[in-house]
Design a protein around this ligand. Structure first.
Ligand SMILES: [Cu+2]
Length: 113
């Protein structure tokens, strides 16, 4: 019984160590390097509480097909300029599962061509 318990503890510690080192090793591998893509689309909705713009966009490189989805925008001034219906272009910064839009230009204000 003591032997069984000892093995259980050793295995548990080994698992914890393995998980811990995995987390630490992730950044060093470069697997989560930042990738940058062009995005073009139309603002269909703004969610100011989250500083998210829901954008109906075309294909984004090899990262995402054309769809309508929300993108965080970190730059307060850039976010404040946006209105629903604006056509925009900019850059999507992708790192792992994280992404946001920056370098935004409004190519046509809502209601204009
Ligand atoms: Cu998407």
């Amino acid at each position: 019984m003591r032997t069984y318990l000892s093995i259980l503890i050793v295995v548990s510690v080994a698992i914890m160590v393995a998980c811990g080192s995995g987390d630490e090793a992730a950044p060093a591998t470069g697997a989560d390097e930042v990738r940058v893509y062009d995005i073009q689309g139309t603002v269909v909705r703004l969610e100011p509480q989250d500083k998210v713009a829901v954008i109906d966009h075309g294909d984004i490189g090899d990262w995402m097909k054309a769809m309508t989805m929300g993108y965080p925008i970190k730059d307060d001034a850039a976010y404040a300029q946006l209105a629903e219906g604006d056509r925009i272009e900019g850059k999507v910064y992708v790192q792992g599962l994280d992404y946001y839009i920056a370098d935004i230009h409004i190519t046509a204000k809502a209601g204009e061509e």
